[in-house]
Design a protein around this ligand. Structure first.
Ligand code: CTP
Ligand code: MG
Length: 194
């Protein structure tokens, strides 16, 4: 099964479904995060923190585990949600080694988020400062890059197959990213609504 058997709208939901571990890993990082800064408080030669206090081991590890758990639940119990939309017989959209892909999506998202913080600090932006484009696409970019390195055929069959998946990611990512963060902000988990 691949995307060619599905309508545009189905592809839209399938792609979001596939990327869920990447979308949600940062939310878990916000919950578990805050302890043991990855840069250990170190200052870069430009006088600013290497990454800042917003990137911690507790966030990286907790976020990765959270994203993997989401993916695991999707594979094993996801049929309730994806059944009607995808109209497919398999609930596994993550290829022959699904947990590995799910891990790479969750971990890659946080790695991308870390890389973005590095660039934000170099631009003298403080922890939590806005950097709209970077904040919105850093995590998706790195998540997909890791799956590209690990299993390019999987990526090609699901995400690089025609324009629909990329269109989905381009349009839905900013909305989802902002939406999730606003919810986290209202719930008092997150310090900023972006
Ligand atoms: N977090 C963490 N470790 C991570 C990622 C996130 O501890 N690897 C936690 C931090 O408490 C962080 C919060 O989640 O403040 C929100 O994450 P994010 O928006 O990515 O960080 P910012 O605080 O905005 O910092 P930056 O400016 O570096 O992006
Ligand atoms: Mg932020």
């Amino acid at each position: 099964m691949d995307l060619t058997e599905h309508s545009f709208l189905q592809v839209f939901f399938i792609v979001l479904w596939i990327m869920m571990p990447a979308y949600l890993s940062n939310t878990f990082a916000v919950i578990t995060g805050g302890k043991f800064p990855i840069d250990q408080g170190k200052i870069h030669s430009d006088g600013n923190r290497i990454l800042g206090d917003g990137k911690t081991w507790s966030g990286l590890i907790g976020g990765t585990i959270g994203g993997v758990v989401i993916g695991y639940l999707q594979i094993n119990h996801g049929n309730i949600f994806i059944d009607r939309i995808a109209n497919s017989e398999s609930y596994n959209f993550w290829g022959g080694n699904p947990l590995a892909i799910i891990f790479l999506l969750a971990f890659g998202a946080l790695l991308g988020d870390m890389a973005a913080s590095f660039f934000k600090r170099r631009k003298k932006l403080n922890r939590g400062d806005k950097s709209p484009l970077l904040d919105m696409f850093d995590f998706i970019g790195m998540a997909l890059f890791l799956t590209l390195v690990f299993d390019p055929l999987w990526l090609k069959s699901w995400i690089l197959d025609g324009y629909a998946p990329l269109f989905t990611l381009l349009v839905a990512t900013p909305i989802l990213h902002r939406g999730v963060n606003i919810i986290g902000y209202k719930l008092g988990i997150k310090n900023e609504p972006w």
